[in-house]
Write a protein of this length. Structure first.
Length: 409
């Protein structure tokens, strides 16, 4: 019942923001124009889109037509609804953000425990980054869902490595993620690295690891084939993808999405201090071998403790990318890590609660549970208030400079 209530509230928060006035970002304008051309002229519009992108180097700081996975869904929404404006893309974002909320709870139930699933779902339901992406025509809510789906498939494979059914699904989702956004290479690569580790070190299966590697290479080759067919030739496709990988957002990103590495973590604190602190605790529980954490780990049974390692690996991988690569300090870039990040926060909350409960009588444990639940609700309300402040500023992106300016007023 509680899980269903959180899902309902999270979906409602995403839906009620769709009618609000928004200032279009340049990326949203590009996606909308591409989707209109595909909706009106079909896939035959794609060679022209690639040619237009390549014809002027000023375009190379904007989204490339290679992000076909999202634009195709955007165009499909236009065809179904009959509208030809960014609201169709926002509806797609809302749908996939809502699916991410359901999926993170399913991962929590299947690999952690119901209480961690409930906490993680609550953190994601009120996440500033997720709410911000869910109401815009960006591709990032779709991309985040695909990244979370990869995490789920990785957990399934790690649990039962010899079940062959999961591998084609993993390769297909990874390829579609790359077709949706270039940084899909990161989420796909992180999850593939974990699966390779399972095959090599736990299963001692060199054959399985080689087959997975060959399958991964084949899926990426398939992406190149799709791009070449859409662009009307290999040279145009490869040139466009290369320019997209090296765009870096130009001077705008250098001004608003850059800074010292620790500024990124300060941004996470500003938009969700409770989630950030608890995720830090959950990460420590997942990856650090020390006596205190060893005691902590024995306090609660998890369906599959290895899933916590997957969540930590993906989250830390995206955080490292955002902090170490210039001009990538914004919330959209870490979208695929939002679900794992909230799962770690739920893990941290439950383990800290379990540790404290061990020192209290039964009545004290019940009071502590109520106190923890009230604390989560207060944190959720606070995060939603931060989200309202940010969208009220009519900012065009979820960049670190914008967030700091608004939250420090």
């Amino acid at each position: 019942m509680a899980l269903a209530l959180v899902i309902a509230v999270g979906v409602l928060l995403r839906v009620i923001g769709l009618e609000g006035a928004r200032t279009l970002s340049p990326d949203e304008y590009i996606y909308t124009q591409c989707a209109i051309r595909i909706a009106d002229h079909g896939l035959g519009a794609m060679p022209g889109l690639f040619a237009d992108y390549e014809s002027d180097r000023a375009n190379w700081i904007f989204p490339c037509p290679s992000r076909f996975g999202h634009v195709l869904l955007f165009a499909a929404a236009m065809k179904i609804s009959g509208v030809r404006d960014p609201s169709a893309g926002a509806a797609v974002s809302c749908l996939f953000s809502s699916l991410s909320l359901v999926l993170v709870m399913w991962i929590g139930l299947r690999f952690f425990n119901p209480w961690i699933a409930l906490a993680a779902g609550t953190f994601l339901a009120f996440s500033v980054g997720e709410l911000g992406m869910a109401q815009r025509a960006w591709q990032d809510a779709t991309f985040s869902f695909l990244g979370l789906l990869l995490v789920y498939l990785t957990c399934e494979i790690a649990r039962r490595p010899r079940r062959v059914l999961w591998y084609p699904a993993f390769l297909a989702v990874g390829a579609y993620s790359v077709l949706t956004k270039e940084s899909g290479v990161l989420s796909y690569g992180l999850c593939a690295a974990w699966v390779l580790g399972v095959l090599l070190w736990r299963e001692r299966s060199w054959r399985g690891a080689v087959l997975l590697a060959l399958g991964g290479l084949a899926s990426l080759a398939g992406c190149l084939l799709v791009w070449s067919l859409l662009a009307g030739g290999w040279s145009t496709a490869l040139s466009a993808v290369n320019h997209s990988f090296h765009s870096g957002g130009g001077a705008w990103a250098a001004q608003y999405c850059s800074g010292p590495w620790y500024q990124f973590f300060y941004m996470l604190w500003l938009v969700g201090p409770a989630t950030a602190a608890l995720a830090l605790a959950g990460t420590a529980v997942a990856v650090l071998p020390c006596p205190l954490l060893g005691r902590l780990k024995g306090t609660v049974e998890l369906a599959d403790p290895r899933a916590a390692g997957v969540a930590a690996f993906v989250t830390l991988g995206f955080f490292a990318f955002s902090t170490l690569v210039p001009n990538f300090q914004y919330l959209r870039i870490i979208g695929p890590a939002d679900g794992p990040y909230c799962l770690l926060a739920g893990l941290g909350l439950w383990y800290l609660f379990s540790l404290a409960r061990g020192f209290l009588p039964e009545s004290g444990g019940r009071a502590l549970f109520v106190l923890a639940a009230v604390g989560v609700v207060i944190a959720a309300v606070r995060d939603y208030h931060a989200f309202r402040l940010l969208i009220g500023s009519r900012m065009q992106d979820l960049a670190v400079r914008f967030i700091r300016q608004v939250m420090q007023r």
